[in-house]
Design a protein. Structure first.
Length: 400
């Protein structure tokens, strides 16, 4: 049986994405410390291997996108469930650093082909220019991945140990994620891309791709930094530990609320509008936090504004290339645009930690705000008019 109803596909794919994000990407936040302790490794080594896995995803993105463009995403996404399961079993069986590295190589391959970029490309093969709504829909569901899966990982670790937690998540990939991805319907039939004419403005397309790559690279540096250091950043600025944790917990709900807004009254606006709004919220939140002091209200305001902006930017990563370039070659183009973002996200926790520890929280906030303002500048340089005609094949955009 294959799902063909749009709502059913969004629910199935969103649920599978929730599992993939929660059981792999968010796993180190809960299990890194117990794994490192039992294996006699520094926690920093574990996170170093995790960063390497994230870097691996940057190299895989374009080839994965090209395959989804040609064959649809059902087979790719279903295959990643098997890879995720293999990586989690390997991690659960590991006895040392070599096993940890092997496990994260497998999990890195899975993340490179099984998270949002691949899911967005899959929806584009199904719905073409109408994929914006479904893209927003799966981010609404998967935006709760950490909220759902962090407590589950913590309970499994406390009751049965981290190895059992890895095995349970591996089983979930095969029992839940794999069937859901296999239910996805085939891509809708589309006409082959029209031959490009000599009048097509390939340099303009290349410029837009470079700008988008820059925007997402700077924005995802901030995302990686905040994901790893937000509670510690707030504490370093003077917020109490309890208030810092409480404020950080508001990021998830803020992301979902912002995505609901995108799904509601922003859905008729060009994605550039919501992206520009998103890129402005982090600097505003940082300014409020710095000027108002480090109390719980200021910390909560910063977390809410950051979370809302990050939630919108995640959608923009899927919808902006679609709106500006169209659905033809979407997977490959998104892979090329997203590669720098994956790389900056991999290095961000380490680099931001150096700034936070060496120069203090105010300078760290100024750094993250400068990065998002740079992203805003890139977005302001992009036109808000989407072309309806087929675009040049992305492989041609490096020519000229």
């Amino acid at each position: 049986m294959r799902l063909t109803d749009r709502t059913a596909i969004v629910v199935a794919l969103g649920t599978a994405q929730t599992l993939s994000w929660g059981s792999v990407y968010y796993l180190p936040a809960i299990l890194a410390a117990p794994i490192a302790r039992d294996l006699g490794l520094p926690v920093s080594w574990f996170f170093g291997v995790f960063s390497g896995a994230l870097l691996l995803t940057a190299f895989l993105g374009p080839s994965v996108g090209r395959r989804i463009d040609r064959y649809g995403g059902r087979g790719v996404l279903a295959g990643t469930n098997v890879i995720f399961a293999a990586g989690l079993v390997t991690l659960g069986c590991t006895q040392g650093l070599t096993g940890v590295i092997l496990a994260w190589v497998l999990l890195g391959i899975g993340m490179g082909a099984g998270l949002y970029d691949a899911a967005f490309a899959t929806l584009t093969t199904l719905y073409g220019r109408d994929a914006r709504g479904p893209i927003t829909g799966i981010t609404l569901i998967a935006g709760l991945a950490s909220t759902i899966c962090w407590p589950i990982s913590a309970v499994l670790d406390a009751e049965f140990g981290w190895r059992t937690a890895c095995f349970v998540w591996a089983a979930a990939q095969l029992v839940i994620g794999l069937p859901l991805n296999l239910l996805l319907g085939p891509p809708t039939a589309r006409a082959a891309p029209a031959a490009t004419s000599g009048s097509e403005d390939v340099p303009a397309h290349r410029r837009a791709m470079i700008l988008l790559a820059f925007v997402f690279a700077t924005a995802w540096f901030v995302t990686g930094s905040m994901a790893a250091h937000l509670p510690r950043l707030l504490e370093a600025a003077g917020t109490s530990a309890t208030a810092a944790i409480a404020a950080s917990a508001l990021v998830g709900p803020a992301q979902v609320a912002a995505r609901l807004a995108e799904f509601g009254f922003l859905r008729r606006a060009h994605p550039l509008i919501s992206a520009r709004i998103a890129a402005s919220t982090h600097p505003i939140g940082a300014l409020v936090f710095i000027l108002a002091g480090a109390g719980p209200i200021a910390a909560a305001a910063f977390a809410l504004l950051y979370g809302a902006g990050n939630g919108l930017l995640t959608i923009a990563r899927g919808t902006l290339p679609l709106a500006i370039f169209g659905p033809i070659g979407y997977g490959l183009r998104s892979g090329l645009i997203g590669a720098p973002a994956r790389a900056t996200q991999a290095f961000a926790p380490f680099l931001f930690s150096l700034v936070l520890d060496g120069a203090g929280p105010t300078v760290a906030l100024l750094l993250s705000s400068s990065m998002t303002l740079a992203a805003l500048g890139g977005l302001l340089m992009l036109r808000t008019t989407a072309r309806d005609a087929p675009m040049a094949n992305p492989s041609r955009l490096g020519e000229g």
